[in-house]
Design a protein around this ligand. Structure first.
Ligand SMILES: [Zn+2]
Length: 345
């Protein structure tokens, strides 16, 4: 039982393959030193410590199926728990979000799953719509099943980016609807090696916004580096993040260094540029890194007859992708935020 690879199990089960008897884990509960692992669904594993702490922690990966490093991290954390090397004291939910996309080594099958949360899954009938709805259901059940009393909810949705980045690791902070930002999260993420934060300024249909808005979780989309195939990730680059994710669930009181406002670069989302017509072009090379700044007036994109130029000094590009479906985001621009303006608690 301890040798079951949760990723292989998920892919085989999701594909409907006949599993060997020792891999028949669906709906099963397995003991670990300190609690139980519950295999709720393929790619859905709940950790219930016998004497749980006050945190409910969700780690998700493979919302984009070809972003392998986070999948390896989660596979190994689950493996570590099964083998008794990691002993969580905090309730934890591990999600391998899109097994069908992993199986074909693609970002997604029919639809970008990170646009299908907060109810957007009701607008279609692809397997990704259905899976997004199920994932919301599992997250809701996980948070609601927590013991009574004051609790803290977390959700780290782990990704890797398609292109290079001037800041290798960064997180997207979902829109807070005017709420403050947490120093403890900036510090935790900095300890993970994530020292760049991008503040979203509007509601979205991403997984992290869903958990933040619907469940009041401290939730983030975390970009841990660049996309590579399975087995080609340099895991040493992710070691700090892996160590912090593990500490978050095995320690009762996670001690962090004092908050240092100069540790994290913070950007506001300035503009979202959508592709609305077939004739859409980005006017910079494919290998331009995320967070590259262009001069004011530079033509960034044309969407049919509409030109998008750099409007503000210091405006930088993030997540460019000219090949998105019509109506979807092809480019974000971001701008530096003064820490003095940021409401921190
Ligand atoms: Zn991604």
């Amino acid at each position: 039982m301890n040798d079951v690879d949760v990723l292989e199990w998920t892919l085989a089960g999701y594909a409907g393959e006949q599993l060997a008897e020792e891999a028949q884990l669906l709906n099963k509960t397995v003991d670990y030193a300190g609690g139980q692992l519950i295999f709720q669904d393929y790619g859905v594993v709940v950790i219930e410590p016998a004497a749980p702490g006050t945190k409910d922690v969700v780690f998700s990966c493979a919302v984009h199926g070809d972003e392998t490093a986070p999948i390896e991290i989660i596979r190994d954390m689950v493996q570590g728990i099964m083998q008794g090397e990691i002993k969580p004291v905090q309730r934890t939910l591990f999600l391998i979000a899109n097994p069908a996309a992993i199986a074909i080594n693609k970002r997604f099958v029919d639809m970008n799953m990170n646009r299908l949360f907060s109810g957007a899954h009701a607008d279609g009938h692809t397997p990704e719509h259905k899976r997004a709805a199920n994932l919301e259901h599992y997250v809701t059940a996980f948070y609601n099943d927590a013991p009574a009393g004051e609790r803290q909810r977390f959700h780290y949705d782990l990704h890797t980016a398609i292109r290079d980045s001037q800041y290798e690791k960064f997180a997207v902070h979902p829109f807070t609807h005017g709420g403050p930002y947490k120093k403890s999260q900036l510090t935790f993420l900095a300890e993970c090696g994530v020292t760049t934060m991008l503040l979203s300024q509007s509601p979205t249909t991403t997984f992290s916004y869903y958990s933040a808005r619907t469940h009041a979780a401290e939730a983030f989309t975390v970009e841990l580096g660049k996309v590579r195939p399975f087995g080609q990730n340099d895991r040493s680059k992710f070691a700090a993040a892996e160590q912090m994710f593990t500490r978050l669930i095995v320690e009762h009181e996670l001690s962090l260094p004092e908050f240092d406002p100069y540790r994290t670069k913070v950007f506001d989302v300035c503009r979202t540029i959508n592709r609305t017509v077939e004739d859409f072009t980005l006017h910079f090379p494919d290998d331009v890194a995320n967070f590259t700044a262009f001069e004011q007036g530079y033509l960034l994109a044309t969407d049919g007859d509409t030109e998008y130029r750099v409007e503000r000094a210091g405006e930088r590009i993030v997540f460019p992708n000219a090949k998105v479906a019509l109506g979807q985001r092809a480019l974000l621009t971001v701008i530096d935020v003064s820490k003095k303006r940021l409401q921190l608690v």
